[in-house]
Write a protein that binds this ligand. Structure first.
Ligand code: FAD
Ligand code: A2P
Length: 375
């Protein structure tokens, strides 16, 4: 039988054991709790570092890809996702070899306009492009500050299959810039360089760039083209794609719509690619219409120089019947100076049809049917 004193002594003897167990539980819990806090701290720091990046990425993305506002716009953006851009950049341009360089002008023409073709076959990665894009040219030599010349953009005048249909050339249509300053003739750096290069020369090429002037995929689209001077370059590519026999065999795209080219040139001798255009008129009278404004040989109704905007006004009714058809796209390329004149003509032409051009133009633009590249 236990005595009361023994029970008390036994109870007291267990105290250290209880304290030890209690201490063990407390430290284990504390260690775990500490680990949890550490882990949370690390995670929070990671999150702090990650957050700005996330924001930065989404900011850049959002500035790159504007949120599509309409279904039509969404479709346009999606369609162009596979168009090649910036395969070659200024720091590492492709050195293409000149295949040919010849004048596009006839006897008595004003200025100098050349057709120049470059070989792309040795480019790696391959420099491919589609109709309506541009390439950059970096002229040889240095500027007044001893720095390499900056690149200049030129609209591509060939189809993706190239002029010889081999699929590995690119062609340009270049006008030499020349103007008078203080009694002296100034020659544009890059355009003069390009007009003077010879077959076999190496030229630094960048790009391709641009998605503004691409053709729609639809074979029954209507294509209205408003060009001045070298603004014919992308239009030449479109028309070859539509009407050149070998091109049509290669591209599997059987154009069934109406193509209407308004072309502005100072003189008949300055009309570019005229023989090809006449051939397309003969071969495709139902699909191709060609209206010229020869500024220094023809006069508008006011007795001034005939410009393409005067021709647009003459054809207002027919043109706006086409524009009202949602399969019609309009392309404007060439002199920047023609834009106000074209706008004015479109305003008048629209009025004649009871339409408001200042409302219609943004709608066409939004729908991806109004394409402008002027310089
Ligand atoms: P620069 O030596 O760069 O001289 C141009 C500068 O000279 C101007 O910036 C201006 O400061 C000055 N200047 C020009 N005219 C005058 C004047 N009358 N009086 C006083 N100063 C003047 N060109 C083509 O030939 N074909 C094309 O297909 C083509 N496509 C283009 C596509 C795009 C998207 C762009 C943006 C441009 C295109 N250009 C095209 C124009 C081309 O890029 C060059 O701007 C053009 O060839 C002139 O370049 P340059 O080096 O010869 O002239
Ligand atoms: P012009 O020079 O007679 O005034 P190019 O590039 O071969 O010189 O051709 C450009 C064509 O565009 C020329 O016929 C030129 O006429 C014409 N042009 C010049 N200014 C305008 C303008 N503001 N609007 C439309 N066409 C223009």
């Amino acid at each position: 039988m236990y005595s009361q004193a023994k029970v008390i002594a036994g109870g007291l003897a267990h105290i250290p054991v209880v304290v030890a167990v209690f201490y063990f539980i407390l430290t284990t819990f504390n260690k775990r709790a500490l680990k949890f806090v550490e882990k949370t701290k690390v995670k929070k720091t990671e999150a702090k570092v990650a957050e700005p990046n996330k924001v930065a990425v989404s900011k850049t993305e959002s500035s790159k890809v504007e949120a599509p506002k309409t279904e039509a716009l969404k479709v346009v953006k999606k369609k162009h996702a596979d168009v090649p851009v910036n395969i070659y950049r200024p720091k590492t341009p492709y050195e293409g070899t000149v295949i040919e360089n010849y004048s596009l002008l006839k006897e008595g023409a004003i200025g100098r306009v050349n057709h120049i073709t470059f070989d792309l076959k040795d480019s790696d990665p391959f420099l491919n492009y589609v109709e309506g894009q541009s390439i950059g040219i970096m002229p040889a030599g240095e500027d007044a500050n001893g720095k390499p010349h900056k690149l200049r953009l030129y609209s591509i005048a060939s189809t993706r299959h190239g002029d010889n249909f081999s699929g590995n050339t690119v062609s340009l249509c270049v006008r030499q810039l020349q103007y008078e300053k203080d009694g002296e003739t100034i020659n544009g750096v890059c355009s003069t360089y390009l007009c003077n290069i010879k077959a076999g020369d190496k030229v630094k090429i960048t790009g391709p760039v641009g998605k503004e002037m691409l053709l729609p995929d639809e074979e029954d689209a209507n294509i209205v083209m408003l060009a001045t001077g070298t603004g014919i370059a992308p239009m030449r590519a479109y028309l070859r794609r539509m009407f050149e026999a070998t091109e049509k065999e290669k591209n599997n795209w059987n154009f069934k719509g109406k193509a209407w080219l308004f072309m502005g040139a100072p003189k008949s001798a300055n009309l570019l690619y005229e023989e090809d255009l006449q051939r397309y008129l003969t071969d495709y009278p139902d699909n191709f219409k060609y209206t010229k404004a020869i500024s220094r040989e023809q006069q508008n109704t006011k007795g001034g120089r005939m410009y393409i905007q005067d021709r647009v006004l003459e054809s207002a009714n027919e043109l706006f019947n086409m524009i009202e058809d949602e399969k019609t796209h309009i392309y404007l390329c060439g002199l920047k100076g023609m834009e106000p004149g074209i706008d004015e003509a479109m305003t008048k032409a629209a009025e004649e049809k009871g339409l408001n051009w200042s409302e219609l133009r943004p709608q066409l633009k939004k729908a991806g049917r109004w394409h402008v590249e002027t310089y």
